[in-house]
Design a protein around this ligand. Structure first.
Ligand code: NAG
Ligand code: NAG
Ligand code: NAG
Ligand code: NAG
Ligand code: NAG
Ligand code: NAG
Ligand code: NAG
Ligand code: NAG
Ligand code: NAG
Length: 810
């Protein structure tokens, strides 16, 4: 059924009477003395929205709300507005009434949020955009509208922001839970101080900000991956300050929602799947999280670690920075002393203006005047000029710390940061030594004699980008050496209860450092000879590798026989546990699974191609993928990884190590491995993530073999049957199909038929990239060849999670 196609005009009052909507009362209006009782609904003219009493989720309480009328799966599945969300009724005897003077009451007691003058001949009407309005029956002007009192959802045509004439502040507030629409802790609102922008609050903590409006878009929203056609605008004048969007066609059904997880989400209805597709959410990545790197810290999602200090600044707490916690930010190398007039400005080019809520904004002021005003004021820490809200040139002067600084691949916003001359000079020295750093630095040193004299002007070829020195020295990451006693305390003397699991060469414990930071501590088994090689392997590789999709080694400890590695702690555990563990992927919706697949792909590309070493992991499997708090995937366990030279593409070994189920045929059978054997394992992972099933090798029952199943369904044209039934939320059919197609390409029998990680990234991120048709996956050989190690196990076990480290004879 085509749900949101424009319907033939309906004769109001006739159609709704009994057949399709037995409980709806006539048409879309509510008149005085004609109450709407629980069980009845009023439906907008084109049947898009309905209004009535409902109980959300498991709740027994009754609320008055507006929902999409025609979505399948129950009429109240998507509620967009709730009247009086804090004061529900307990019984089903509710009635909504329009009084003779135009106010609405529920059970003649509870009033809706209303401020209006008395009407003489009122009528209430539910419109097709989801707005419930009250007006004089002979007028089209709204005396009251539900759009002025949003709950958690912003629909097309609604205003988010201020009516300065009445003081009305329209903001979105999350539901407390899916059963309770009363106000939760997340609020999206528009602020008026500084430059106006959208803000996402968690209680009194800011989580995200949109940045100022540039005239076209918001400046701090990051690269928008895909947008569905809708026009949006920002109005900022003396009467009103608001954001609004309009969908461009009646077919497009779009809503924005701040949900209980604290994300601002954008959904579009996909008719072919009959589901909501979440296509954009904020904050979109770690760097868009508010003040991720603290004051004077700069976040850049394209490098690792993502946080750096501005030049002329140093980490406030080097130890915390080393442990990847940059929230304390940075301090000046030399304290700003305004009486000492040897100070000036360093230009940094950022993705957007830093937070402006405590900055001073002047409109219609040029750059020279802006700089002059900054120099005049001893509290000024930085200034910038910007086209504020598209209103033309404006000047922003910061008098406090700079926060929420973000870099991108195409930074455009120049910010002039005030530094002492000594620091400016050291930057210029460093800069001339490191001229390959592609940057533009313009330094103006201010002296009393001549107000503004550009003394030093450095220009270097290449892309405009800020130079930064991070906490690495000579390109090697500084590995913290930790005290044995610290680790004993952190893990409660390696208590059994602290065991997180078993890694490649020993047990892994959860630990907590004195300052509260959680860590994962891997302790090498004392009697493992194999382990020592793997320990060294791990230290060699992982200490040199830095990528957001690889697990981070924070430090080590060697004391006597004890060899210990300390990693960042991954609160969401391993992918294996998430997919196949007790909770069995219930909380893994499609977006999350896709995000995990993308993360693994990026990590693997880095290993194969972009890191300084070229590395084959050799033991990629679900239990070696860890998940951080935001479900970013991190590849771990480099115990079996192999470095290979520039000319080598293939290595042959007599010692086959790895994990059955994930190993490529040529490796299992001939001991030959290459980057393409990692690609095979990645393909198995994709199919496991999509299906929620392990790739079992049971010689007695090859049909359980996931690759076989995927291939059969692919040929039968029923490939969506592979999808984990727990993916109940919205997903994009085409994205799922692409992923299965890519998964099958990765597990091709011949390694040359498998794509490289670089092409996989293109295939994953580009909906239009053509995909080759897969051939039969390479599993026949595994089943048809008599294989000692496999047949010895009498089919009783699955092999997926056993890493083979012993030599198996051939
Ligand atoms: C509705 O029912 C509740 C109990 O279920 C009762 O307390 C209340 O007075 C009733 N209200 C009306 C308007 O009848
Ligand atoms: C409208 O009528 C109700 C009850 O009849 C009363 O409580 C309310 O104050 C009136 N509102 C206005 C704006 O006169
Ligand atoms: C609407 O009706 C009211 C009284 O019923 C009258 O005062 C008003 O002028 C009318 N307005 C229009 C636009 O006809
Ligand atoms: C959201 O709006 C309500 C009602 O106007 C107001 O009381 C509250 O302070 C607003 N919250 C924020 C964060 O703007
Ligand atoms: C959206 O549509 C309304 C009504 O047609 C119009 O007033 C408003 O300017 C539009 N806004 C944008 C951003 O296109
Ligand atoms: C500098 O700016 C701050 C913030 O507006 C202001 O309080 C202070 O008076 C200014 N100082 C001077 C000397 O203008
Ligand atoms: C500022 O932005 C508006 C809207 O995009 C544009 O029309 C105007 O030309 C811009 N002004 C300047 C000075 O860039
Ligand atoms: C100004 O600061 C510099 C260091 O930045 C210092 O060498 C110089 O002595 C200071 N001058 C005065 C007058 O304090
Ligand atoms: C937001 C709002 O108007 N809430 C009203 C809900 O009903 C209670 C009475 O039960 C009023 O006090 C609130 O103002």
């Amino acid at each position: 059924m085509l749900i949101f196609k424009v319907m033939a005009p309906l004769v109001a009052g006739l159609v709704f009477l009994s057949v399709t909507f037995p409980y709806s009362i006539a048409a879309d209006t509510l008149n005085p003395d004609q109450p709407l009782r629980d069980g009845q609904t009023i439906v907008s003219a084109k049947e898009t929205f309905a209004l009535g009493f409902f109980s959300p989720g498991e709740s027994k309480h009754r609320y008055v709300g507006i929902w999409y009328n025609k979505l399948p799966g129950g009429q109240t599945t998507t509620v967009v507005w709730v009247a009086n969300r804090s004061s529900p009724l307990s019984g089903t005897n509710g009635s909504l009434e329009l009084n003779g003077n135009g106010t609405l009451t529920i059970n003649s007691m509870i009033s809706l949020p209303m401020t209006m003058v008395a009407l003489t001949n009122p009528v209430a009407q539910l419109l097709d955009d989801g707005n419930f309005v009250i007006r004089e029956s002979n007028s089209s002007e709204f005396a009251w509208q539900s759009f002025d009192y949003p709950t958690d959802t912003l629909l097309s045509g609604m205003k988010l922001g201020w009516d300065l004439r009445t003081g009305l502040n329209r903001n979105l507030t999350s539901w407390r839970s899916k059963d309770d629409p009363s106000p939760g802790s997340y609020v999206v609102s528009i602020n008026l101080e500084g430059t106006t922008q959208g803000n996402l609050w968690s209680g009194s903590t800011k989580k995200w900000r949109s940045g100022p409006w540039t005239g076209i878009t918001f400046s701090n929203v990051g690269e928008q991956p895909r947008t569905y056609s809708h026009r949006f605008g920002f109005v900022n004048n003396k009467d009103e300050v608001y954001y609004m969007y309009n969908t461009t066609g009646t077919q497009i059904v779009h809503r924005k929602l701040v949900d209980q997880s604290g994300m601002l989400q954008n959904f579009v209805w996909i008719e072919s799947t009959g589901m909501w597709n979440l296509f954009l959410k904020y904050p979109m990545n770690e760097c868009l999280e508010y003040s991720r790197c603290g004051p004077y810290g700069v976040c850049d999602i394209n490098v690792w670690p993502i946080c750096r200090c501005l030049q002329g600044f140093k980490p406030k707490s080097p130890q915390e920075w080393l442990l990847m916690d940059a929230s304390s930010g940075c301090d000046r190398l030399t304290t700003l002393d305004c009486k000492n007039r040897s100070n000036g400005f360093m230009i940094v080019t950022l993705a957007a203006l830093p937070e402006t809520s405590n900055a001073i904004v002047y409109t219609n002021i040029n750059q020279d005047e802006c700089r002059y005003r900054c120099l005049k004021n001893c509290s000024c820490t930085a200034y910038a000029t910007a086209n504020i809200s598209g209103a033309g040139l404006g000047c922003v002067i910061w008098v406090k710390e700079l926060i929420d600084l973000r870099m991108s691949s195409h930074p455009t916003q120049d910010v002039f940061v005030r530094l002492m001359a000594a620091d400016l000079a050291s930057i210029s020295n460093k800069f001339s030594k490191k001229s390959q750093t592609k940057s533009v630095v313009l330094i103006i040193v201010f002296s009393m004699a001549a107000l503004i004299i550009p003394l030093i002007y450095f220009y270097s070829w290449g892309k405009k980008k800020m130079i930064q020195k991070d906490i690495r020295g000579n390109g090697e990451f500084e590995l913290a050496q930790l005290q044995w006693s610290t680790l004993m305390v952190a893990t409660h003397n390696f208590a059994m209860t602290n065991i997180l699991g078993k890694g490649g060469f020993g047990l892994v414990y959860k630990g907590k450092l004195a300052e509260g930071r959680e860590i994962a501590v891997k302790r090498l088994s004392k009697n493992s000879t194999q382990g020592i090689d793997e320990f060294e392997n791990e230290v060699t590789f992982i200490a040199k590798l830095q990528h957001r999709n690889l697990v981070r080694l924070l430090g080590y400890c060697i004391k006597g026989d004890e060899k210990i590695l300390v990693y960042e702690y991954m609160p969401n555990g391993s992918l294996d546990a998430c997919l196949f563990g007790k909770e069995k992927g219930e909380h893994l919706d499609w977006q999350t699974r896709f995000h995990i697949i993308e993360g693994i792909a990026r990590g693997l590309l880095y290993l194969h191609q972009d890191s300084r070493l070229r590395i084959i992991h050799r033991d990629l499997k679900a239990s070696n993928i860890l998940l951080d708090i935001e479900m970013n995937s991190k590849i771990s366990d480099f115990g079996l990884a192999r470095n290979f030279g520039d000319c080598e593409t293939m290595i042959k070994t007599r010692k086959v190590v790895g994990t059955y189920g994930y190993m490529a045929p040529e490796y299992t059978l001939d001991g030959v491995f290459s980057m393409k054997s990692d690609v095979f394992s990645f393909g198995v992972l994709i199919l496991e993530i999509i299906s929620g099933q392990r790739n079992r090798i049971l010689l007695s029952n090859p049909h359980l073999y996931l690759l076989g199943k995927a291939w059969r369904l692919w040929n039968e044209g029923k490939v969506l049957d592979l999808l984990d039934p727990l993916i109940s939320n919205s997903f994009s059919v085409s994205q799922v199909m692409r992923c299965i197609n890519i998964g099958l390409l990765c597990v091709q029998e011949k390694s040359e038929d498998r794509p490289s990680m670089a092409s996989i990234i293109v295939m994953l991120s580009n909906d239009d990239a053509p995909l080759p048709e897969p051939k039969e996956p390479g599993f026949k050989a595994i089943f048809s060849t008599k294989h000692d190690a496999v047949s010895n196990q009498n089919d009783l076990h699955t092999f997926n999670d056993i890493t083979l480290t012993e030599q198996i004879g051939r």
